[in-house]
Design a protein around this ligand. Structure first.
Ligand code: FAD
Length: 372
């Protein structure tokens, strides 16, 4: 394969994704003198940000309406520009996308959208050793790729026997809009994470809910304080260094008694049931043989990293993860993963964006001094 045969545009860095992670990386590229355009051959370092979404905001555009500024777990602003003061009752999805849009304008990031990356592959035979980034709107040949595609586009649905026979509605948290649509219904909420508990609390106010999880949730009484966070992140860092999948959010943070969890507990909503042995047309059959009728099942079962477009690089190990050390793919040093594993939080994504750009600048500078 030769780059020229692909008609690929040259650029130093392609950033894939314009959520918290991608915009943080783009900001730091801008600060380090990269310009948001194809390489014009004039020696100026260049980057492009490609985003599949129709408008700014990353995952925040799609989160449910009742995720309010007061109920998000602490938004860390994008680097260099504070989140404007917002009504704590305002929906995060109303407040944050305009902030992201203003950010892109303010720092002149020229995000290209909607552009979906289908594949990143090695440009074999390319004398410049670039990576080919193939999109639905042309291809790019990049010295480095910063992958910042998040998880929102890859909801995880587990499979249970008979699930396809169930005649009621099944939806994932990624498709949830508001509790109103379940008014008066019998709703099974599946999942042991923060979103399951938050949505149980609100849906149970208008519907009959049943909470199901694979294992008995373990509630942590102590706060998830800074030393606990540091230890949890170090654990994830070590997992991805070894090439293991990062694990679910709750496996890292544990379940904590948030105000809404306490309210749900006080109203008797947090009664956990085991997963059913099978689904039937009108409900579920429980392991003890009893039948539970249901109108809807809400799968609050988390997300996986959206990395399918990296498949041609063959980085996945049999265990399902890829080896990442300090944000860089161990088995493809031209690739950085920002917002993955230990950096899959707003604050982590900010830091990882800066670190990836520093590493890229270091590599480019080293190449230039080799040439000189
Ligand atoms: P995203 O915001 O998802 O951005 C990824 C972007 O990449 C999207 O615009 C997408 O369209 C684009 N993209 C994906 N695939 C492609 C492709 N192939 N080609 C081109 N573009 C592509 N973290 C916190 O710190 N605080 C919170 O309160 C918080 N609340 C959360 C609530 C929920 C329900 C969830 C699921 C997560 C929450 N998180 C929170 C974690 C959160 O995911 C991160 O903090 C952060 O918002 C993710 O940013 P990101 O840039 O990695 O991903």
């Amino acid at each position: 394969m030769h780059v020229d045969g692909y008609g690929a545009r040259d650029v130093d860095v392609v950033v894939i994704g314009a959520g918290q992670a991608g915009l943080s990386a783009a900001y730091h590229l801008r600060r380090r003198g990269f310009l948001p355009r194809p390489d014009d051959g004039g020696g100026t370092r260049s980057f492009v940000v490609l985003d599949a979404d129709a408008a700014p905001g990353g995952a925040w555009r799609h989160r449910w309406a009742s995720l309010r500024m007061r109920t998000v777990n602490g938004i860390h602003e994008l680097p260099g520009y504070a989140v404007p003061a917002a009504d704590p009752e305002a929906s995060a999805r109303d407040v944050l996308p305009p902030y992201f849009a203003a950010y892109e304008d303010r720092f002149d990031l020229h995000v290209q959208r909607p552009v979906r990356v289908h594949a990143v592959r090695r440009a074999d035979g390319d004398p410049h050793g670039r990576l080919l980034v193939e999109t639905d709107r042309g291809n790019w040949a990049a010295r480095f790729v910063i992958n910042a595609t998040g998880t929102w586009t890859k909801p995880f649905w587990p499979h249970y026997p008979g699930q396809e026979r169930f005649r009621g509605r099944q939806l994932h948290v990624a498709d949830y809009v508001s509790a109103d649509e379940f008014a008066g219904q019998r709703v099974i909420v599946v999942g042991a994470g923060i979103s399951a508990v938050q949505l149980l609390d609100e849906i149970s106010r208008v519907a009959d809910t049943v909470w199901m999880t694979r294992r008995e949730p373990e509630w942590a009484e102590e706060d998830f304080d800074i030393p606990a966070r540091v230890a949890a992140i170090a654990g994830v860092e070590e997992r991805v260094r070894q090439g293991l999948p990062p694990g679910s959010v709750v496996s890292v943070t544990g379940m904590h008694w948030t105000p809404w969890a306490r309210e749900a507990q006080a109203r008797g909503v947090l009664v956990r049931h085991p997963m059913p042995s099978s689904f039937e047309e009108e409900g579920v059959r429980m392991p003890d043989g009893t039948f539970l009728a249901a109108d809807a099942v809400l799968w609050a079962t988390g997300f996986r990293a959206a990395l399918d477009h990296l498949a041609p690089l063959h980085l996945r190990l049999p265990g399902g993860g890829l080896r990442v050390d300090g944000g860089r793919a161990t088995d493809e040093p031209r690739l950085f993963l920002v917002g993955y594993g230990p950096s899959a939080s707003t604050i982590g994504a900010n830091r990882a964006g800066r670190a990836a750009v520093s590493a890229i600048v270091g590599d480019l500078d080293a190449r230039m001094s080799d040439v000189a």
